[in-house]
Unconditional design. Structure first.
Length: 401
C-alpha cells in the first residue's frame, strides 16, 4: 500500500508572504512522496519566490496569471480544479483569507478554488498583529465553518522581529495534515483503531526506571497507516523519541499498569486493537520514595509480575498482538495467539539486525487462529502496519470472541 500522497493531484497555492520560500520545500516533499503538484501563485507571491523555482521542483507548468493564455507556464485553472484531489494554500496571507472567505475570484488561485469540489487546506502566515485582527479571525472562522481545514499558524519569532502567532506551519507537518485530509476516503473510514507503542517504564526510585529497547517505531507506523486510511486512531504510548502522527489521539502512559488502565478505557468502542508496545513482564515490587543509595557489592531487586494487558483487554474487536522472539518463532507465537485470545499475531525475530528494535524495517510472520501463516518480506514498518490492517479489516465484524 503506497503512501496516501502517491499519484494524487495536488494544487499548491502560494501567496505573497515571506514564508513563500517554505512552499518550495513543501512542493519538493509532496513530489518526493509521489504526488503530482501544480503550483498556482498569486501575483504577490512572485515578489518572494520565482515560478521557476516551483517549475524546477515539480517539473510541471506553474500558473501565475489567469489572463495570459499565451504564457508557456499558464494552464487551464478549470481543469486544474476539477482534477485536484486537494487544494493546499501555503502560505495563505490575510488578503487571500479574506478573498477566500468572501468568494472573490480575481486571480488564478482564487478562481481555481471556486471552481473545485476538492477539499481545501489553508496554512496562514502573517505578522502577529494581522493574525490577531478580528477581520482575519472572522474570515478564518467563516472558512472553518465551511469545512476548510486551517493548519497553524504557529507561534514564534516572525520576520518582523515580533514574537507571536503567525509562522507558517513546518512543511513536514503540513504534509501530515494533507495526508490526514486525503485519508478521509480510506477503507478504514468510520473504524476505531487503538494502537499501543513503546517500552513501558517501571519505576524503581525517583530517578531510575526499568525499561527495554523498544523505540515505538512499529506502533507509531501502525497508527500512521491507520490514520492514512481514514480510521479514528488512538495511540497509547510510553515516552519515546518520535512525534505522534498528526490527527491521532494520543494517550501518554509510562508503566504497564498505567497502560492497562488506559487500554481498558480507550478500547471499549474499538474495532481493531493492535498491541505493539513492549510491556515489561515484571516491575519492582515497591517504588522507593528515596533514591536508592549505593551499598554492598551486589544488591537484589525483587520483582512482581505485571498484568498481561492484551490478555486482559477484551471486547467485540479484532485483537492483534506482536510476539518478540529470539528462538522458536512460530511455536512461541502460536502459544501467545491462543493464551492471549488474539485473532492475529505478528511474530518477529528480534535478533535480526534489519528487523525489530530501533530500525525502520521489519520482517514478520502473520499467524491467525486458523493456523494460516503469512510470511511477509522485509518491509518498512509503515508497510507492515498496512499489511496488519489489511488482515484486521478483513476480520472486522466476523471475529470470534
Ligand atoms: N503483552 C501485554 N502485556 C504484557 C506482556 C506482553 O499486553 N504484560 C503483549 C505485547 O504487547 C505483545 C504480546 O503481548 O503484543 C506478546 O508480547 P511478548 O513480549 O512477545 O510476550 P510475553 O507475553 O511478554 O511473553 P515472553 O516474555 O515470555 O516471551
Amino acid at each position: 500500500m503506497p503512501n496516501p500522497l502517491h499519484g494524487k493531484n495536488i494544487v499548491l497555492g502560494v501567496t505573497g508572504s515571506i514564508a513563500a520560500y517554505k512552499a518550495a520545500d513543501l512542493a519538493s516533499k509532496l513530489v518526493q512522496a509521489g504526488a503530482r503538484v501544480d503550483v498556482v501563485m498569486s501575483e504577490n507571491a512572485a515578489h518572494f519566490i520565482t515560478p521557476m523555482t516551483f517549475h524546477a521542483l515539480t517539473h510541471r507548468p506553474v500558473t501565475t496569471d489567469l489572463f495570459d493564455p499565451h504564457s508557456e507556464l499558464a494552464i487551464d485553472h478549470v481543469a486544474l480544479g476539477m482534477r485536484a484531489d486537494i487544494i493546499v494554500i501555503a502560505p495563505a496571507t490575510a488578503n487571500t483569507l479574506a478573498k477566500l472567505a468572501a468568494g472573490v475570484a480575481d486571480d488564478a488561485l482564487t478562481t481555481t478554488v471556486l471552481g473545485t469540489v476538492a477539499p481545501l487546506l489553508v496554512a496562514p502566515a502573517m505578522d502577529a498583529h494581522m493574525y490577531d485582527h478580528p477581520a482575519v479571525q472572522d474570515n478564518l472562522a467563516r472558512l472553518r465553518n465551511r469545512g476548510v481545514t486551517i493548519v497553524g499558524p504557529e507561534g514564534g519569532r516572525l520576520a518582523s522581529g515580533l514574537m507571536g502567532m503567525g509562522r507558517l506551519t513546518d512543511p513536514e507537518v503540513l504534509v501530515e495534515h494533507i495526508k490526514l485530509v486525503l485519508g478521509r476516503h480510506g477503507d478504514l473510514l468510520g473504524k476505531k483503531v487503538v494502537v499501543s507503542a513503546g517500552g513501558t517504564q517501571e519505576p524503581l526510585d525517583p530517578v531510575r526506571i526499568l525499561t527495554n529497547h523498544s523505540s515505538g517505531k512499529q506502533g507509531y507506523a501502525v497508527a500512521e497507516a491507520a490514520r492514512d486510511r481514514g480510521a479514528a486512531v488512538t495511540l497509547v504510548t510510553t515516552p519515546v523519541s518520535l512525534r505522534p502522527p498528526v490527527g491521532v489521539r494520543v494517550v501518554r502512559v509510562k508503566s504497564a499498569r498505567d497502560m492497562l488502565e488506559a487500554m481498558l478505557d480507550v478500547t471499549n468502542q474499538a474495532d481493531i486493537v493492535v498491541m505493539a508496545a513492549a510491556v515489561a513482564d515484571y516491575r519492582p515490587v515497591a517504588e522507593s520514595d528515596h533514591k536508592i543509595k549505593k551499598s554492598g557489592e551486589t544488591i537484589s531487586l525483587e520483582l512482581a509480575k505485571n498484568p498481561d494487558i492484551i490478555a486482559t483487554v477484551n471486547g467485540p474487536f479484532v485483537k492483534i498482538g506482536f510476539a518478540a522472539e529470539t528462538e522458536d518463532l512460530l511455536v512461541n507465537a502460536e502459544t501467545k495467539l491462543r493464551s492471549k485470545g488474539l485473532h492475529l499475531v505478528a511474530a518477529n525475530d528480534v535478533t535480526a539486525t534489519d528487523a525489530g528494535f530501533g530500525v525502520d524495517t521489519n520482517r514478520v510472520l502473520l499467524l491467525d487462529r486458523d493456523g494460516k501463516v503469512e510470511e511477509l518480506p522485509l518491509l518498512t514498518k509503515y508497510e507492515v502496519g498496512h499489511r496488519i490492517l489489511d488482515r484486521a479489516l478483513a476480520m472486522v465484524g466476523k471475529q470470534r470472541a
